[in-house]
Design a binder for this molecule. Structure first.
Ligand code: NAG
Ligand code: NAG
Length: 458
């Protein structure tokens, strides 16, 4: 992995000495020590931990062991040559040196005492799984994954707000994952909430509340929390085009929601969709995707403007409402070789990106967006001091002060979540398909269903 440095220019290397005071300070205070010459962001966490580490032999850690290939706990790992290719591509960026030094200590320091809500489709799930490995030593492996609330009725309500009965452009439905969280070792959480369609994010119908309004109004989310969200993919397909109306409308709804709630929940970051390299068959009108290899954009037989339009509509609409966003679309266009291989066979998936690669680059983008929002580590002695003039900031700061005032955040109760499948009564689609005399029953069919989902490239 370290061989990638040969691609980095001398001037970038020189900048590396100056760039990383923040990383060094975080490392000095960190309860976990890593080998100092490691590329923690790009795959070295598993091997570089020296002290304060979570165990390395349990399933959670083995799920992050780069030597385990294919890895059942990962969405898709990169071959070493793929990671190098992505890094070579990214090395032209001005802050590459700082990115290369980005450490889980720094991210954890900023997340301590907060919940990071990761909300989105399978691309965001891929990101969650990568982040779970990056933060491997900062969450309690003995607990595993926990429900976002110990209240089962509320857990179900969150699920139902995130779940959708609207099919994709291709006519397929989703089996929404049960939401789950990692409990960080010194308080705080990372929560994964699977929510694929924009309609479900900020809807205002009291009978079918949007996910974000529910998380906020129920008290499960706090003002100091960070929401990292994306939708887009379930509104288009390279070979069929864009469902622009629902996509645009959902973006407006999210923007309006942010405007209405930002005084108490200021930390929302939207990530626009990356490029999808799914190629279409020449001369076919319908949704025929080519699945055996990923090709450069110029050979994909889909409109080159499509992915760019999805990204730029997101940016145009949300920036009108002042929603902070990250847009790494351009950096992904050339990376058709940075995608994953299907875990069930050597078929390439040209939508999801392999790891370490683009998901890790997105972690850096998220961290930069957090800094731009002035999300700082919660400190009891400083929280709340600076913000008196601004009512909006004052509310958030008061919340932060309250959070920090608790000397040690009380350990949150963990109700373990061990299955991604919704329990009976949670999902209309799942139950009608697999329960109550639905067309199929039993685990084998669920596996087939997952395969079908994969086949339509959700
Ligand atoms: C979900 O969609 C199906 C098919 O479009 C429809 O028959 C059903 O009533 C819907 N269910 C709910 C709970 O909205
Ligand atoms: C991405 O590239 C396009 C075309 O080269 C350019 O017009 C646009 O400004 C770029 N967007 C960003 C966010 O860098």
């Amino acid at each position: 992995m370290r061989t990638i440095l040969v691609f980095v220019s001398i001037s970038v290397l020189a900048a590396a000495h100056a760039c990383c005071a923040q990383q060094e300070a975080a490392a000095a205070q960190c309860s976990v020590k890593y080998a100092t010459d490691s590329q923690l962001l790009f795959g070295d966490v598993f091997e570089a931990c020296k002290s304060g580490c979570q165990p390395r032999t349990d399933d959670w850690s083995q799920g992050c062991n780069p030597a385990v290939v294919p890895n059942p706990l990962r969405y898709g790992t990169c071959r070493p040559s793929q990671t190098q290719l992505v890094l070579r591509h990214l090395s032209g960026q001005g802050d590459f040196a700082a990115m290369s030094r980005f450490s889980p200590c720094t991210l954890h320091q900023h997340l301590k005492g907060r919940t990071l809500w990761l909300v989105g489709d399978s691309l965001m799930k891929n990101y969650y799984l990568a982040l779970r490995c990056f933060l491997l030593d900062f969450w309690d492996h003995a607990k595993g994954e926990c429900a976002p609330t110990p209240d089962p009725a509320l857990h179900r309500a969150i699920y139902q707000a995130a779940d959708t009965n609207i099919s994709s452009v291709l006519g397929s439905n989703v089996i929404t994952d049960v939401p789950r969280c990692l409990h960080l070792v010194s308080g705080g959480r990372v929560c994964w909430v699977h929510c694929v369609r924009g309609e479900e994010f900020a809807g205002t119908d009291p009978q079918a509340p949007g996910l974000l309004p529910l998380l906020q109004s129920s008290g499960v989310a706090k003002g100091r929390d960070v929401f990292f969200v994306n939708f887009g993919r379930w509104h288009y397909f390279n070979c069929l085009g864009l469902q622009e109306d629902t996509y645009r409308k959902s973006l407006h709804q999210l923007g309006e929601f942010y405007q209405a709630t930002r005084s108490s929940f200021p930390n929302l970051i939207f990530k626009v969709s990356s490029h999808d390299h799914t190629a279409c068959q020449q001369g076919q009108q319908a949704a025929r995707a080519i699945k055996d290899k990923c090709v450069p954009v110029s050979e994909g037989a889909y409109p080159l403007t499509l992915g760019r339009t999805v990204a730029s509509i997101g940016e145009q609409v949300l920036s009108r409402y002042g929603v902070p966003l990250i847009n790494t679309y351009n950096a992904t266009v050339a990376l058709h070789l940075g995608h994953i291989f299907h875990p069930l066979g050597e078929v390439q998936d040209c939508l999801h990106y392999c790891s370490p690669g683009i998901p890790e680059y997105d972690m850096w983008g998220m961290f930069k967006a957090m800094q731009a929002l002035s999300i700082k580590p919660l400190e009891p002695q400083t929280a709340g001091v600076t913000a008196a003039a601004d009512a909006a900031a004052a509310t958030a700061a008061a919340d932060e002060a309250a959070a920090a005032a608790a000397a040690e955040p009380a350990a949150q109760a963990c109700v373990p979540v061990t299955d991604t499948i919704p329990p009976p009564g949670w999902s209309y689609y799942y139950d009608s398909k697999f329960r109550r005399g639905g067309s199929a029953a039993g685990g084998g069919d669920v596996a087939q269903m997952r395969q079908d989902e994969w086949d339509v490239l959700v």
